[in-house]
Design a protein around this ligand. Structure first.
Ligand SMILES: [Cu+2]
Length: 362
């Protein structure tokens, strides 16, 4: 078991702890160790241990709401609402029975009221009831992460604002690891060498009378026409990590033959069906639950809307893999596709081009 995979994930920004931003707050957690988790931009995941010993800890995180414009595809923009400026919001990683202590900040520059509903939390609409912050306010919520698994979080301010904020980008995920780490289908310990976090986002961008996507000056200005497109249930874009191409070409994920890679796939609003072209879901924690044995050797796995799911695959061949939503229209026409560049030695036993394309023999 690797205590920390800082060395294995050079592309993922890892920073030290900054404890001064958080106060020691009173409550049931008196006496527990408090740590600050530095959140990173997806597909990166925060520095963490895969298994821990000792008592639960209080993990302090900070999410700042940022209402900002994002370029979904070249020249096409959405007035997005985000946690910490990215779509999806950053992944939080804790262990079962740790306490998550979130500071949610809604800066004065924003227009809307926001909050957060953690599917990993118990009570008060996942915390949504206790975290409503108007522009210029901040709030602190503490919850105990009792269920192991990967879970969605999202903004849920009420009424039509719930889907509007979610499909404007206000969603993310939290991974609650079992304290002794992940287990395979036989109950044996299994670890990962890398992990990537993929947030799938459906956008509903209005068009003008010529069919071109409209660009708005603010979220408020875009709201009426966006809600009208949302009511059709037909997304204009389905993308990974906020924009088409955010994880392809030079932005591809990386791995090496022999590495076990954990893919955490979240979709807060709509069903998805990830598939690794040329690979498999060696272990798939269906519904995101780490309390149940993982399914094995799946070709495609299901992510019900409002769920995060974890899949682990050990790469066996080098080359370029496509990681897609296997609704292939959504993958190839709407944007839900990523790449994994895998280094290593080719294994002719697993696959070989026996004869190159040539003229048909008569
Ligand atoms: Cu919101």
């Amino acid at each position: 078991m690797k205590p920390c995979y800082r060395k294995l994930m050079p592309i993922m920004v890892v920073l030290g702890c900054v404890s001064s931003a958080f106060a020691d707050l009173p409550g049931k957690t008196d006496g527990l160790e408090r740590v600050t988790q530095v959140l990173v931009v997806p597909p990166g995941i925060p520095e963490h241990q895969q298994a821990v010993t000792g008592p639960p800890r209080v993990v302090q995180v900070r999410l700042v709401v940022d209402e900002k414009e994002i370029e979904v595809t070249p020249g096409v923009f959405v007035q997005a609402m985000t946690f910490n400026g990215s779509v999806p919001g950053p992944l939080i990683v804790v262990h079962q029975n740790d306490y998550v202590e979130l500071t949610l900040v809604n800066p004065e520059k924003n227009v809307f009221l926001h909050n957060i509903d953690f599917h990993a939390a118990t009570g008060a609409l996942g915390g949504g009831e206790l975290t409503k912050v108007s522009p210029g306010q901040e709030v602190v919520l503490r919850f105990k992460a009792t269920k192991p698994g990967v879970f969605v979080y999202h903004c849920a301010p009420g009424g039509p604002m719930v889907p509007f904020h979610v499909v404007s980008g206000m969603n993310g995920a939290i991974m609650v690891l079992p304290r002794d780490g992940l287990k395979d289908a036989q109950g044996k310990n299994v670890s990962y060498d890398r992990a990537y976090y993929i947030g799938e986002q459906d956008f509903y961008l209005p068009r003008d009378t010529h069919g071109a996507y409209k660009r708005y000056g603010s979220v408020a200005e875009s709201m009426g026409e966006t809600l009208a497109v949302m009511r059709t249930l037909i997304p204009s874009h389905v993308v990974f990590n906020g924009s088409a191409g955010s994880m392809t070409g030079k932005n591809a994920m990386k791995a090496t033959v022999g590495e076990k890679v954990l893919f955490i796939h979240a979709q807060a609003n709509r069903d998805s069906r990830p598939h690794l072209i040329g690979g498999h879901g060696d272990l798939v924690w269906r519904g995101g639950s780490f309390a149940d044995p993982p399914a094995t050797n799946l070709e495609t796995w299901f992510v019900p809307g409002g769920t995060a799911v974890a899949m682990l695959y050990e790469f066996k061949q080098p080359g370029l893999y496509a990681y897609v939503n296997h609704n292939l229209i959504e993958a190839f026409l709407l944007g839900a596709a990523a790449h994994v560049n895998v280094a290593g030695e080719w294994d002719n036993n697993l696959m070989e081009q026996v004869q190159a394309p040539s003229q048909i023999k008569k």
